[in-house]
Design a protein around this ligand. Structure first.
Ligand code: ADP
Ligand code: MG
Length: 353
């Protein structure tokens, strides 16, 4: 029986993550580009196996313009394969680096509205996210066909070079020999007949010629003119069970741990708001609001240290919202729903609806 992974061909390796590797892939039947996360289950304890399967389950059935779209997942040869949309614009970490550690206020409000929408949706599904820079991705374009044969796989381009070296049988960290993707072959098949014609016919007027029909019809929500933000990386998410002790485990960026998490209380949706507040602060300052040389000192600062003020140049609206999100008391801290009705956020959301 054919392996399900054979339905895709690898365009490039995006990176090795905490649990496995991410590949940019092209679906052979229609040339659409996706990301496949391959997680090795080999030698994992039952608990770890459950955690990784959790990532796939969490993403199942999630449909929101500001949440990375999951397409399918399966287990094959001791690996879990998770197919998701490809986000073309990198993550918020890239934005911060490119802006020299200080993102402009308008841009921040845009990310704020996008991420708040995505997180509120997840919270409504009782999913916690444990947000961080790497998990906010930009430039949603679920099925961009860049990288299709004749597009990015030009002679001499990295995928083509890789394909050539694969054909010569000396793959660089070769995919064929990659234990995570045993069946992968690079650039070995032309796109299906009629694919390009269908692609041209479905391209939105004035839009990107390589936008697919499905994404053109359902343009993602974005509250500002820049790259739209989608929350991804639900691997660190946790479904809130009836006993939310499930959410007690300390996973996520320690720098963004909430005071209640530092005090070993369960992580809940207000801890996500805290982490989101930390992320917004970092977009203004280039550094997290709380940092220290060791975990104990960090926890002490988070629990009882003063909330740093934004550096001059940002509005008092942004200052007061971030301060509220970094309130030590989870009860006083606003929920995502409350954040979304904040006049400055609501105005941005309304502007494009
Ligand atoms: P980590 O566990 O370190 O967060 P991931 O497995 O989530 O790593 O991702 C590895 C790399 O793959 C990331 O650095 C990112 O560049 C890329 N990546 C992951 N998901 C996507 C996606 N949906 N779209 C584009 N790139 C992605
Ligand atoms: Mg990740």
């Amino acid at each position: 029986m054919a392996c399900r992974s054979e339905a895709f061909e690898v365009v490039s390796t995006l990176g090795k993550g905490t649990y496995g590797a991410c590949y940019k892939v092209r679906r052979r039947c229609d040339g659409r580009i996706f990301v496949v996360k391959v997680v090795s289950l080999d030698g994992l304890s039952d608990r770890d196996r459950g955690e990784t399967l959790n990532e796939a389950r969490l993403m199942e059935n999630l449909r929101h313009p500001n949440v990375v779209e999951y397409t399918e997942s399966w287990c094959e040869a001791e690996c879990l394969y998770i197919v998701m949309e490809y986000c073309t614009g990198g993550d918020l970490g890239r934005v911060l680096r490119e802006r020299g550690g200080r993102v402009g206020e308008e841009e921040i409000w845009g990310y704020l509205a996008d991420v708040a929408e995505g997180l509120r949706y997840l919270h409504s599904r009782r999913i916690l996210h444990r947000i961080g820079f790497g998990s906010v991705r930009l430039g949603r374009n679920a099925a961009r066909t860049v990288g299709a044969p004749g597009a990015s796989a030009r002679p001499g381009s990295p995928p083509e070079r890789l394909a050539r070296s694969m054909r010569k049988g000396k793959g660089r960290a070769g995919f064929r020999r990659d234990p995570l993707w045993p069946s992968a072959r690079v650039g070995d098949r032309p796109p299906p007949v009629g694919w390009r014609r269908a692609q041209r016919a479905s391209a939105p007027r004035g839009g990107s010629p390589d936008a697919p029909p499905s994404t053109a019809a359902a343009a993602p929500f974005s509250a500002f003119a820049g790259d739209r933000a989608v929350v991804g990386d639900l691997g660190l998410g946790r479904r809130l069970g009836p006993d939310s002790a499930l959410a007690r485990s300390q996973v996520g960026t320690p720098l963004y741990f909430s005071p209640e998490l530092c005090q070993e209380q369960p992580y809940d949706h207000k801890s996500d708001v805290w982490a989101f507040g930390c992320l917004l602060y970092e977009l203004t300052a280039g550094v997290p609001p709380f940092s220290a040389s060791n975990q104990i000192a960090l926890a002490r600062k988070i629990v009882s240290g003063p909330t740093p003020r934004l550096i001059p140049g940002y509005s008092s609206h942004l200052q007061s919202l971030i301060e509220a999100m970094l309130d030590k008391s989870p009860v006083r801290r606003p929920s995502l729903t409350q954040i979304l009705v904040h006049p400055s956020v609501a105005a941005r959301v309304d502007a494009i609806r």
